[in-house]
Design a protein around this ligand. Sequence first.
Ligand code: SAH
Length: 365
Amino acid sequence: MTASKHNLLGLDRGSAQSFFEGIGEKPYRSDQLLQWIHQFGITDCSDMTNFSKKLRGWLTEEACISPPTIVTDQQAADGTRKWLLQLQDGNCIEMVFIPETDRGTLCVSSQVGCVLNCTFCATAKQGFNRNLTSAEIIGQVWVAYQALGCPDREKRLITNVVMMGMGEPLANFDAVVRSMNIMMDDFAYGISRRRVTLSTAGMVPMIDKLREVCPVSLAVSLHAPNDELRSELVPLNKKYSIAELMAACRRYVLGKNRARITFEYVMLDGINDQPGHAKELAHCLEDVPGKVNLIPFNAFAGSAYRRSPQKRIDHFREILLKAGIMTVTRRPRGDDIDAACGQLAGKIQDRTRRSGKQINKGLTG
Ligand code: SAH
């Protein structure tokens, strides 16, 4: 069975080199392998014609290239596309593609479920099941490239990848870094470092580690300007306070990695959207180079919150702008197929979910 074979899909250049050296092959085979898999979409090792017949035979016997399979493929009125993908063990994850005039963003999952339990997030409601492997993370990009057609450099549709799907990417560090390496590799997808964004709820030590090994663009889910409120909305805050998180953010942008940080702030009616919160937030961000992304809350069945009225979101934004903080309001996309931020909750098959009922109405059929 393929399940016991080595899935070559998840090898980044470094691990592919070690793999080839381990079987007595030249390390440069890794570039060829990445190209076959990610640029040419090959899943049968016997098609790798610049490999010797012996190597092709060996790979066919001992290894596999197994991407996730598509269960459903929905397209929203605004062009947003959402896929439900099934993994080899039967678990399912969701992935979203958001086309815009000047770019195309793929939103990728890093875990089945999530352990963090943020109170406003649909994924949290299903509990945590497991980490994805690097093959399962990059497998999403692979599937999207195949589904959208043409990985051709000049005409490519996927220009950006955001680790903003299901799960906390920094809680699955090694597999996430390995898959981001593949996204950025010129022999695979060749996406530039600043066009790959990792979003975290604030795992402070891992932010430092990321800065060392793979300094991609960083998004931080802040959602509240003080510890009391943030600990309620994002329980991880009890472990790493806002002050510690801000210090890690400052370290992240130091030195050669000059990218700004995006602070995500979900707008919850009557909870964190008052003018006082905006002023407090401006104060919080005073000496951290970054911009704010206001996300109108996306409701899902069973959620206790409501989206802030547009007028209040606008007012909140004005206060931040006046304080000199670049602020944009994220336009909800793919609402009609439950593809918007925080709504991803692919059906999972074991019994670890927190609530027994299926959350995502679009996927119950
Ligand atoms: N664990 C990572 C990735 C999560 S999803 C993180 O916390 O950053 C990406 C973003 O969507 C996060 O900012 C998350 O807080 C936000 N989000 C979650 N649920 C939401 C909802 N129902 N409406 C709007 N945004 C939501």
